[in-house]
Design a protein around this ligand. Structure first.
Ligand SMILES: Cc1cc2nc3c(=O)[nH]c(=O)nc-3n(C[C@H](O)[C@H](O)[C@H](O)COP(=O)(O)OP(=O)(O)OC[C@H]3O[C@@H](n4cnc5c(N)ncnc54)[C@H](O)[C@@H]3O)c2cc1C
Length: 376
């Protein structure tokens, strides 16, 4: 019987398996498909960004900065982590007026941040449109290869003695009182009942809402969406060298190691009942591309080379995750609702969740993410 059973083999499940196993815990991870087949895999890279993040997550990012820089050595695997620096571009006077407050607040949280005027910004990014009048700059922000990191984490967890089962879909749970005593799963097509030693940690992202509703009768304030990412054709070298965000446009841009430019930032796919996943739509693709062209005119003639909307993510009603035990399942820790920016903080949150699972004490940095915030 495994002491700690983790449901979901994305970055959260794999990082937590590693954190627990290296502290000597007995860990079993169950993944319905393959490692990194959800939001933690797919095209391009993920931003590791503090700039513009919800204030409640900034202390987690401070910890994450430290973890990310040494992670490849600690896990002995590739992460592709690069500190490109993030520029939060500003085109409107109204956003320029608000920028000093954001810079001050981020610096208060030890997130190095600078307000750049137009000339200082052009020194870093000479190919920007003239409409961009300034930026908030976080030099420690960067990117990582999410698919590679997640797989490296899984390997590191295995090396530390964790057991990982792929093709193992969790379908239900049994409780005695308010304790989960076993999970039912379909493993390689066969039904199995898996006894729970100490705790279950539910990190199956897009699956969590329905599972908790069915099994605990609890409706969480989260919902599924299908973020859109595209890579533009590499006809020219990327005109940017930083990770790019924007104060009022729905836009994120990354120069990829393969010479293409990745464009995303919040555009979405449409749910397709036939395929059971998000499908790109022409207007969302063009809308996202035009936002990129508005700040980098050199991208104007580059068509989308690849577009994907097949990786689901869960949004939470207040834009930050729920990380907590839920009523009716005292030994099940849940992490969900990363709201489109869960990648960057994952190594920090996984470390804190491991401490919580082992000690029974919620770490102070996780207090803002409790379920109790939704209760009257
Ligand atoms: C397109 C896109 C772009 C993003 N960009 C950024 C970014 O730039 N910066 C950033 O910080 N964040 C970003 N995010 C968010 C970030 O990637 C996610 O928050 C993070 O990867 C979530 O990790 P996870 O482990 O919780 O979920 P997932 O990676 O989705 O893993 C959950 C796993 O659970 C498995 N599973 C599901 N049901 C079951 C079941 N019944 N039994 C067992 N296993 C099950 C799934 O197969 C999946 O592998 C982005 C997300 C997307 C989709």
């Amino acid at each position: 019987m495994a002491e700690y059973i983790i449901v979901g083999g994305g970055i959260y499940g794999c990082a937590l398996a590693w954190e627990l196993a290296k502290r000597g815990a007995d860990v079993l991870l169950l993944e319905a498909r393959k490692i990194a087949s959800g939001a933690s895999g797919g095209l391009g890279e993920r931003g590791v960004r503090a700039n513009g993040r919800d204030l409640r997550e900034l202390p987690l990012m401070r910890l994450a900065y430290d973890i990310w820089s040494a992670l490849h050595e600690e896990i002995g695997g590739f992460t592709g982590y690069r500190r490109l620096g993030h520029l939060h571009l500003i085109e409107r006077e109204v956003d320029l007026a608000a920028a000093p407050a954001q810079v001050w607040q981020q610096n208060q949280q030890a997130i190095e941040s600078h307000l750049l005027n137009a000339a200082e910004l052009r020194n870093l990014e000479p190919n920007l449109s003239d409409n961009v009048i300034g930026a908030i700059y976080c030099p420690k922000d960067g990117v990582a290869d999410h698919s590679a990191t997640t797989r490296s984490m899984a390997v590191a967890a295995l090396v530390q003695g964790a057991t990982i089962l792929e093709n193992a879909r969790v379908a239900g749970l049994s409780r005695r009182g308010d304790r989960v005593v076993s999970l039912s799963a379909i493993i390689d097509g066969e039904a199995a009942e898996i006894p729970v030693g100490e705790q279950v940690i539910l990190l199956s992202n897009a699956h969590v809402g329905e599972f908790v509703a069915e099994q605990l009768g609890l409706r969480l304030p989260i919902w599924r969406m299908w973020p859109q990412v595209m890579a533009l054709r590499a006809d020219i070298p990327p005109p940017m060298t930083h990770l790019i965000g924007h104060a009022h446009r729905t836009l994120a841009i990354k120069p990829l190691p393969d010479g293409r430019v990745m464009v995303s930032g919040g555009w979405r796919g449409r749910w397709d009942e036939r395929t059971g996943q998000g499908e790109p739509t022409a207007e969302q693709v063009e809308g996202n591309r035009l936002e990129a062209v508005a700040v980098y005119p050199a991208l104007a003639d580059l068509p989308a080379d690849e577009v994907f909307t097949d990786r689901a993510e869960m949004l939470c009603v207040d834009g930050i995750p729920i990380i907590d035990h839920l009523p009716g399942a005292a030994n099940m820790l849940v992490g969900v609702g990363w709201s489109g920016h869960g990648w960057a903080i994952a190594p920090a949150v996984a470390r804190l969740m491991a401490e919580w699972a082992l000690s029974g004490e919620r770490p102070g940095l996780l207090a803002p993410f409790g379920y109790e915030r939704f209760l009257a």
